[in-house]
Design a protein around this ligand. Sequence first.
Ligand SMILES: N[C@@H](CCC(=O)N[C@@H](CS)C(=O)NCC(=O)O)C(=O)O
Length: 252
Amino acid sequence: LILFDFNPHHRSTVDWLLEERGWRFGFKGENDPINNFEYLREVYLQSDPEYVGKVTVPVLYDKKTKKVVNNESSEIIRQLNTEFNRFAKNKELDLYPQDLQQQIDETNSWVYDTVNNGVYKAGFASKQEPYEVAYDALFSSLDRIEGILSKQRYLIGSRLTEADVRLFTTLVRFDPVYHGHFKCNRQLLSSFENIWAYTRELYQIAAIKETIHFDHIKWHYYNSHRKINPTGVVPKGPAIDFEAPHGRDKKF
Ligand SMILES: N[C@@H](CCC(=O)N[C@@H](CS)C(=O)NCC(=O)O)C(=O)O
């Protein structure tokens, strides 16, 4: 959830439970290894003692200056892709290549509005109409994405890009959480032939898989949003297999 350092052993993570006092470091009560802070709020205040804004993840933090560099994921993803390539395992990987930038930006725009943010609009709606508007926009975008992915391997064509990484973060949570908790239940994601195979393909990339903890994902949503799920009981299902062969390499 929070990236402090490009050495994975120096990365600080917050607990999956979002408490009333905000994000707390560590799993099993460990403080963060850099400043020994207990709450993420302390990082924001260290960086700016006057800070009164929202305390959110992710955070990109500079250990030397002890400052928050950025807390906006759409900007952090770009900074990681350009400013920090020399720390990457695969230095050739460019998720935002010059010739695809316009297409990536256009895709990000409707995918963010209707899918990434769409599930939240549906899930947190407290009135019928905005829920239904968000639900309809979400599923019409998923139908559109299913069409795209039936003709090409990735959202923008034959290359994996930032647009795929951004979409994946919502897709991987869809059946475990959004289908039930956020009432995005026209169908399970795993009932879309192409989106589901594509989600499995991305999930099975080792560097992606190591960042996914389904138990944390489910515990977080079902326990942190007590207005939506007052008992905090976490559903066991649905039973889905992210490890099944995806076949996307043979199809395209
Ligand atoms: N603009 C931010 C929004 C981040 C955001 O809202 N993060 C949520 C978790 S996904 C959070 O930390 N919420 C804390 C809270 O609501 O107290 C981004 O996308 O990076």
